[in-house]
Design a protein around this ligand. Structure first.
Ligand SMILES: [Mg+2]
Length: 371
């Protein structure tokens, strides 16, 4: 494949309701949509999932734009791509900046799929035709949380994840568990605790949670291993796993029993696949995380979650969960708790050009220069 043109679009869309954690509140989602165009005029699409501010990882919409424009796009223009599998290796000379890399790498996967009439799921060895839908509750208090869980429960979501923090943990989860005794529940702390809080975290063992996600430091593996020996609830790592090497170290140390894989956080689809293969070999359960994303990124998540090692429901909701109208069509729907994995070429969804145009606040075209 020879990429002739890359179009970067910065888009902005308000969320239907604010998404609150102890780290931030997201009310409007800003993202970069990456379009790669080959010499035959075929397009592939990727999405950069970095947020406007560095509350989840260090990348932001602005830093990813800079890295794409000044480093990654020039590398792409200098190289002929045989396989999308090779792109992450090509970008390896640029340190970090995983979400910028993933935005461009996934666009190439989509283009390759479209050129070869193969879906992403088919190309990566996906096996499931449907994946289990899970939802995230990021609420300010019990009343709000119970109301949100009730709605997701009625819609058939197969597990609910609740954002917790000190002060919004034991009695909060106790009340939720009381209201929903049999619902598969898990909690996500986004690093809100330290090893001084072991007793607080042990107290959560009584609620039969599926797991506790990222209780300790976002760059820690060692203390999570220490904590896992002291609590029964399985630990799931999110922020701490940004590479294959991290996944390998976490397994060796016993830092977790579950991993949440996000294509953006680990620098692309190929890296996510490598982590999948490693975890499968080592009996680490996987699920696909979410980034309050649009349909392009969701399409990749659905393909990833169709792999055999993704044994747990992910943070994959319906299009209408966050958006009045998404930038892809048809809408992603949850039916009895399941979402169909797209089987058409590439991401398997079409771009709603009218909607994309309406939410674009900045657009730039990068053209390969003739040598
Ligand atoms: Mg998380």
């Amino acid at each position: 494949m020879e990429i002739e043109k890359v179009i970067l679009r910065v888009i902005e869309m308000p969320l239907k309701k604010p998404f609150t954690t102890h780290l931030t509140t997201v009310t409007t989602r800003e993202s970069i949509i990456v379009e790669v165009v080959d010499k035959d005029g075929l397009s592939g699409f990727g999405e950069v999932v970095a947020f406007s501010s560095p509350w989840y990882t260090e990348e932001t919409v602005q830093t990813t734009y800079h890295i794409l424009q000044d480093f990654l796009i020039p590398i792409l223009f200098r190289t002929k791509i045989e396989q999308p599998q090779n792109v992450s290796q090509l970008f390896a000379k640029i340190k970090g900046n995983h979400m910028a890399k993933a935005g461009l790498e996934t666009a190439i996967w989509d283009l390759y799929g479209k050129r070869n009439n193969r879906s992403i799921a088919e190309m990566i060895g996906g096996e499931r035709k449907q994946v289990a839908a899970g939802a995230v509750v990021a609420a300010k208090n019990k009343i709000e949380a119970i109301e949100q869980i009730g709605k997701f429960h009625v819609l058939g979501y197969q597990r609910i994840k609740i954002k917790i923090q000190p002060g919004l943990d034991y009695s909060y989860i106790k009340e939720i568990r009381h209201q929903f005794p049999d619902l598969p529940l898990m909690v996500d702390a986004n690093s809100a605790y330290s090893l001084d809080d072991v007793k607080k975290l042990q107290a959560l063992d009584e609620f039969q949670l599926m797991m506790i996600e990222q209780p300790l430091g976002d760059d820690d593996l060692v203390e999570h291993a220490i904590l896992q020996k002291q609590i029964q609830t399985p630990i799931c790592l999110d922020e701490s796993i940004v590479s294959f090497h991290d996944a390998k170290s976490a397994i060796q140390l016993g830092s977790c029993q579950v991993m949440n894989v996000k294509i953006g956080r680990v620098g692309g689809l190929q890296n996510a696949l490598d982590i999948h293969h490693l975890c499968r070999k080592n009996q680490i359960q996987l699920w696909c995380g979410g980034m309050i994303e649009f349909g392009i990124s969701k399409a990749f998540n659905l393909a990833l979650a169709s792999l055999p090692g993704f044994t747990l429901p992910g943070d994959i909701p319906a299009s209408t969960n966050y958006w009045e109208e998404d930038i892809t069509e048809p809408e992603i729907e949850v039916k009895n708790g399941w979402i169909s994995v797209p089987d058409k070429a590439g991401i398997g969804f079409s771009i709603n050009q009218k909607r994309l145009h309406a939410v674009t606040v900045h657009r730039e075209i990068y053209q390969k220069r003739a040598v």
